[in-house]
Design a protein around this ligand. Sequence first.
Ligand SMILES: *Cc1c(COP(=O)(O)O)cnc(C)c1O
Length: 383
Amino acid sequence: MRDLAAELAAIRAADLYRKPLCIEGTQGPVLLVGGRELLNFCSNDYLGLAADPRIADALIDAASRYGTGSGAAHLVCGHSAEHAALEEELAAFTGRPRALLFSTGYMANLGVIAALVGRGDSVFEDRLNHASLLDGGLLSGARFARYPHGDVSALAARLADAGGERLVVTDGVFSMDGDIAPLAELARCCQAHDAWLMVDDAHGFGPLGQGGRGSVAQAALGLKDVPVLVGTLGKAFGTAGAFVAGSEELIEYLIQKARTYVFTTAMPPALAAATRVSLRIVIAEGWRREHLAALIAQFRAGAQALGLRLLDSPTPIQPVLVGDAGAALAAAARLRERGILVTAIRPPTVPPGSARLRVTLSAAHTPEQVERLLAALAVALAG
Ligand SMILES: *Cc1c(COP(=O)(O)O)cnc(C)c1O
């Protein structure tokens, strides 16, 4: 039998051991951990909505009307009027004919990729795609190829000799680097090679684009350019779940074929009701995006003045490169001593030698909190 204790010891020795923190209060710019307040620069709550009282009230109110559980999968008897209304509103938000809810982004990606391609087909993925997209590609049974990050000409060369259905899959905003995929070039390349383009905009919906419509809307790409568009609801929307937006036929096909849609319990209807309120706030409160953009500019200017190694990211994901996994871990521990929570991201989440502090900013932060972060980074990364 596999020696789990020995493998755990090896993970620990390589500075790759992980365990979750236990958060005692609400999600927000200040977290309570072990009775101590920590400034939070690691959540994906980009618009500061995870603990918005209006969304929490909508959840409570809907729970009193619908109860807590959906009771079944969508195709059995778990699909409520709140799910249907949220799907219609997400379709309108994305400018697509239809949208379909999934319980998580991970499940949406597994289900969609494995429904669209299989044996005899080909799937092409950016090397830095989110794990759920890579897993979906592997699960599908299609020929699986990764192309160098953002390299559309390398992709074009591979597409030219592929057979069967061809699906190209990319993050809109890359979750560990914060940069945006070359979406317009990808769309042109896919059209030229008669390939599907699927964009997972988990980190773009909310912070980017007019009304928070994401990186695809920001690049002015429509249904023909990006026929498969995925978004998640647990990040900027502050609730949980995910959706796929696309044509009438795509959504009807996924309802028949996506196993992670068919064989799982629908999200609680109260959560769909709360997300409808969240969606309205995301669209209406442009000041959140403006404040966030100002904090991003403040952080980048301050970090550059300190000589920190930033990546070329215009988004709330602002990684500070450290390199070695142990050094990244030590820097995160020094920040924590100073009351600041930033995650060290290590392999296998990022390529070996590119361990980093993944700083994320939220509209809930104040400029003073960003100044505190910069001062602490200066000390934590000195020498
Ligand atoms: C977080 C994330 C997911 C997974 O979404 P969940 O709803 O958390 O399962 C999928 N894709 C990307 C790019 C992500 O960052």
